[in-house]
Design a protein around this ligand. Structure first.
Ligand code: NAD
Ligand code: DAU
Length: 341
């Protein structure tokens, strides 16, 4: 494993992963392959291009474009694909699932076909706890069936099934990680934590869905990156690994913590109409990844604290996004008239 193609590497988790891997493995070369949708931004990799010149390249391309995927694998002598490329926001999948089917399902198939054709050493799929669907009690294990409930989750579960099918049918060396909610630097401010932090900084309301009692496991993005690294190097071929802190936090408590850290009043929390089909709780059993020697370095609270600090210190990154027409149009569509009076 030496020449990595990181698809979706200009997005939130992908860009953190690229930086992490280039720092850790001086012998690795990384080509980021990314379509640069609204969520993919070259600013996320600005320092990487400077710091790792000679070991890093960027190719703008769509994972659905089989010819360009093949051309890139050939040109960079790629031996490993790590697929972060996806449409990743649940609310957008509810508004319009089309791009989710194209990228998350068909795009993954294109990568699998290319991996098979070139005999790659590994195709790693970055997946999500949402594939299990909501869990009222207990914790999802890797052997549990998938039961996705949103178009986003269904697209990711479909991809996982196809990845597994390529392993079983063609012997393709694959691995899958299913992560919980990541937070940290460079997360597009449509996702709840960066949305709430940046709104709170500007004294704007925090739109909390429903009763705010939904449960998530907010993990620090670099912990997730480290877990992917461990699975790449020590994971069992064909294996699925859950990744998260193994603890849980209610959304209302996440919102209160953010406000406390910023010294803002709780009156900024505004209950709004719930997300349709909103999964009440996700909870993962993370025993399998822990058995490989991985442990998260941050609790949910520590992850939130670090994330708040990053957004306070990096207004240069998020202010242009939030003031842009694309974001403002999305925000209007998603939130206007949604307040519960
Ligand atoms: P993101 O939306 O920030 O980034 C996605 C990236 O993929 C962007 O750079 C975008 O330009 C690129 N992309 C989208 N469509 C593409 C296409 N057709 N071809 C090439 N590139 C394309 O997403 P993220 O939060 O960084 O998530 C990365 C991956 O991790 C996704 O697969 C997601 O399902 C998974 N995941 C995310 C979380 C989370 O909490 N954010 C948790 C678990 C798993
Ligand atoms: O669980 C892993 C998943 O986490 C990833 O696979 C997805 O890519 C990622 O987007 C995330 O999905 P969620 O739907 O959990 O994340 P989001 O940040 O959209 O919402 C987190 C919780 O906060 C969820 O219960 C919905 C709630 N929420 C969200 C938004 C955007 C609100 O209450 N208000 C909001 O405005």
């Amino acid at each position: 494993m030496r020449n990595l193609m990181v698809t979706g590497g200009a997005g939130f988790i992908g860009s953190n992963f690229v930086r992490y891997m280039l720092e850790k493995y001086p012998g690795y070369y990384i080509v980021v392959y990314d379509k640069l949708t609204y969520a993919g931004r070259l600013e996320n990799l600005q320092d990487v291009a400077e710091r790792f010149a000679g070991r890093y390249a960027f190719v703008r391309g769509d994972i659905c474009d089989a010819a360009k995927v093949r051309e890139t694998i050939r040109a960079y002598n790629v031996d490993t694909v790590i697929n972060f490329a996806a449409e990743s926001h649940v609310d957008r999948s509810i508004m319009n699932p089309d791009a989710f089917i194209k990228t998350d399902v068909y795009g993954t198939y294109v990568l699998l076909e290319a991996a098979r054709e070139f005999g790659l050493e590994r195709m790693h799929q970055v997946s999500t706890d949402e594939t299990y669907g909501e869990v009222q009690t207990g914790r999802s294990k890797e052997t549990d069936p998938v039961a996705p409930r949103s178009p986003y989750a269904a697209s990711k579960a479909s991809a996982d099934l196809m990845v597994n099918a390529y392993h079983v049918t063609y012997g393709l060396p694959v691995t899958i990680t299913r992560g919980t909610n990541n937070i940290g630097p460079y997360q597009y401010p449509e996702k709840v934590v960066p949305l709430f932090v940046t709104n709170a900084i500007d004294d704007l309301p925090l739109p909390l869905y429903g009763d705010g009692l939904q449960v998530r496991d907010y993990q620090y993005v670099l912990d997730h990156c480290e877990a992917i690294d461990i699975v790449l190097h020590k994971g069992e071929i064909g294996g699925i690994y859950n990744v998260g802190t193994g603890t849980e936090m209610r959304n209302i408590d996440m919102a209160r913590l953010i406000l406390r850290l910023l010294g803002k009043p709780e009156s900024l929390i505004q209950l709004v109409r719930d997300r349709p089909g909103h999964d009440r709780r996700y909870a993962l059993d993370v025993g399998k990844i822990r058995a490989l020697g991985w442990e998260p370095a941050h609790t949910c609270e520590e992850a939130i604290e670090k994330t708040v600090r990053w957004y306070v210190e990096n207004e240069w990154w998020w202010r242009p996004i939030k003031s842009g027409e694309h974001y403002r149009e999305y925000y209007r569509r998603q939130y206007e008239g949604r307040e519960i009076k």
